[in-house]
Design a binder for this molecule. Structure first.
Ligand SMILES: [Zn+2]
Length: 266
């Protein structure tokens, strides 16, 4: 069964509100990444308000009441080789990693601890896209590349940033063989406005959830094939192997960017 995964999100609201919104907007089996920013641990505070109907894995939990999975994540500021700041997102860890280490050191520590490494908005400011362009071998450390970010999408079509289009072109250049293109809503309160369709997770134990997520991500390396695209008012629904964008926050320029991308593929 395919599930909706909105991995890069910084939800606002208490436990009940977030879990219920997750169920409402992502449906049964929906998976949300609850991403801490830097060394803040909003996830722990959020979890204090939990109800009894969850199975807590330490690095995420499953709600028996709403049939959704929430994964703990952290968006980590890192230092790139030119001394500028960048960011990566890591899932699957129970504790925050240290911030402001070098990109390579952070990746190494994350992998040593079993983290799933995700590249957020690679061409927004303070991101690692330019670093990756210079050193493509770094991509081997990652499981997913975000090719659509609804906050970044607000800039798309303005001509001078076009950050999502850049991410999609970069993905097309480097990503197909070993990386999915992820889509995330990222905005607070935007749970499920955009998401990736991935295979359902195996909730037998958390290690297998991590493996399951990794496997599910890697299975979608050919995600730009077999798309069907339909426009519904402002929302773009991409009913394909992986990418679905039903993003009312996308604004028309972002949607046009995605459509252009699909035209290129066809
Ligand atoms: Zn973020």
């Amino acid at each position: 069964m395919k599930i909706k995964a909105d991995l890069h999100n910084h939800p606002s609201g208490n436990f009940k509100k977030v879990v219920e919104t997750c169920r409402k907007n992502l449906g049964v089996g929906g998976t949300l990444g609850y991403v801490n920013y830097a060394d803040m641990d909003l996830y722990s505070k959020f979890l204090k308000g939990r109800d009894r109907d969850i199975r807590d894995f330490g690095n995420g939990f499953y709600s028996f009441k709403d049939y959704v999975t929430i994964l703990r994540g952290q968006e980590i500021p890192v230092i790139c080789s030119d001394g500028k700041m960048g960011e990566i997102v890591v899932f699957g860890l129970e504790n925050n990693l240290e911030c402001h280490l070098s990109l390579k050191e952070t990746l190494r520590i994350s992998l040593e601890n079993g983290g799933i490494n995700y590249i957020p908005h690679p061409f927004l400011s303070d991101s690692i896209g330019e670093e990756l362009k210079m050193d493509l071998d770094l991509l081997e450390y990652f499981d997913a590349l975000e090719i659509y970010n609804s906050q970044a999408g607000l800039f798309d079509g303005l001509g001078f940033l076009d950050v999502n289009q850049k991410a999609q072109r970069f993905y097309e250049l480097v990503g197909r063989d070993y990386m999915i293109g992820g889509i995330s809503s990222t905005d607070r309160g935007g749970i499920g406005k955009s998401y990736s369709l991935i295979d359902g997770l195996d909730l037998g134990c958390m290690d297998s959830v991590k493996e399951s997520l990794k496997e599910s991500l890697s299975r979608h390396k050919d995600c730009f094939e077999d798309e069907q695209v339909a426009l519904r008012g402002k929302a773009l629904m991409h009913v394909g192997k992986v990418i679905a964008c039903d993003n009312i926050g996308a604004k028309i320029p972002g949607v046009n960017g995605l459509l252009k991308k699909f035209e290129l593929v066809h």
